[in-house]
Ligand binder design. Structure first.
Ligand SMILES: [Fe+2]
Length: 388
């Protein structure tokens, strides 16, 4: 059934394909900017990616390179980067790296333009003035942060990831060049791909889903099932790398508008409390979330998706989807349970309590209280190795 009302916004210009780095200078000049500040990490330096980007920029001055980003974007790091970007007189921010680099760049953009602490702008729609244009070159394929209105930034003092949500955080340019993802190691490739699949599947059944977001989410999920395993096993295969970059991007376009669900709520809490990597946590929780949301008449939420992906409709849809996700994780040699990922049962209550207040719970299609979240944790804790 079509909704009575829905909205969708897509403000990012997307340029995709092998070798599109050559277009970056033109793209920056086209929005009237000339002073780029690059936000990246040491690994990008070591791989030679920073040099490649800087030497592609021609008439655009690189007024600073901030290469201190850590695997988790952090509040203090963002504030330091903002100070440097402002001092350098940057009029364009360029993020080169995984989700943490792009989220750090979003945070830097806020603080350098609005002042104060990043913590002043946490939550929903707290950014009330325009920011600088931000270009993003993702070097992982999972977060979709290059097109989303979210940033997740760790506050070490509170041991929690703080969510920032505003249309002003959406990058103005996403440059999807698979050549920047060829060096991603197999485990990171696999886990990141499961994050993209989590965005796609949770967006598909979100209470805010609409025909446009569902089309994007279904295509993203199909791309993951087609390309992830090969991207993991043959890392230099440009086509599967491009397939996964697009999967991540399309899933980002979908969930930026619809939000996600209970697998993400629990994954956020597992990241904050136990430091379990987000993407891995999402992958491990996703089958349990699908089975939970798909109980009873919930199968109706999934059957168009499983028809598209596996040619199957009906009450078996959630079970089949959950099983296919587990099999894919297995083939990609990811851990099979939250127990293997380092969770203990003593952690369950704190994780469930934190997840209950996570924004991702609001768009989950089935209401879940503490008891239900504990049940989801138990299922993902036990996991299920399959023969697939
Ligand atoms: Fe995610």
């Amino acid at each position: 059934m079509l909704p009575d009302y829905w909205e969708y916004s897509l403000p990012t210009r997307i340029v995709a394909g092998p070798g599109v780095l050559k277009d970056l200078e033109k793209e920056i000049l086209a929005v009237g900017c000339k002073k780029a500040f690059l936000i990246t990490d040491k690994q990008m330096e070591d791989l030679g990616y920073v040099d490649r980007v800087v030497s592609s920029l021609g008439k655009v001055d690189v007024v600073g390179v901030f290469d201190e980003v850590t695997p988790d974007s952090e509040v203090r790091l963002v504030e330091r980067g903002a100070h440097l970007a402002r001092q350098a007189g940057a009029d364009y921010l360029l993020a080169l790296g995984g989700g943490s680099c792009i989220d750090t760049a979003k945070g830097i953009n806020v603080v350098m333009n609005l002042g104060g602490s990043l913590l002043d702008y946490q939550g929903f729609n707290q950014i009330n003035r325009p920011l600088h244009p931000l270009g993003a070159i993702p070097t992982t394929a999972g977060t979709g942060s290059e097109v989303t209105q979210f940033a997740l930034v760790l506050d070490r003092d509170q041991h929690s990831k703080i969510t920032y949500l505003s249309p002003r955080l959406v990058p103005s340019l996403a440059l999807l060049d698979p050549e920047f993802t060829l060096s991603m190691p197999p485990l990171l490739t696999a886990a990141s791909g499961m994050d993209a699949l989590g965005h796609a599947v949770e967006s598909y059944v979100s209470i805010s889903a609409n025909p446009l977001s569902r089309g994007l989410a279904a295509e993203a999920a199909a791309l993951v099932f087609t390309h992830l395993e090969k991207a993991v096993r043959e890392g230099k295969d440009v086509q599967s790398r491009l397939g996964m970059l697009l999967a991540s991007n399309l899933a980002g376009l979908a969930f930026s508008n619809t939000m996600v669900g209970c697998a993400h709520a629990l994954a956020h809490a597992l990241g904050g409390i136990k430091g379990i990597p987000h993407a891995l946590a999402v992958g491990l929780l996703l089958p349990a979330a699908v089975l939970f949301n798909g109980e009873g008449s919930g199968y109706l939420l999934y059957e168009d998706l499983t028809l598209r992906l596996f040619g199957l409709k009906g009450k078996e849809a959630p079970r089949v989807l959950a099983e296919k996700i587990r099999q894919l994780m297995n083939r990609c040699r990811l851990p099979g349970s939250l127990a293997e990922a380092g969770l203990t049962r003593e952690d369950f209550p704190a994780v469930a309590e934190m997840a209950l207040t996570d924004g991702a719970m609001y768009t989950n299609p089935r209401e879940a209280g503490e008891e239900e979240l504990l049940g989801l944790l138990e299922a993902a804790y036990r996991g299920n190795r399959t023969s697939g």
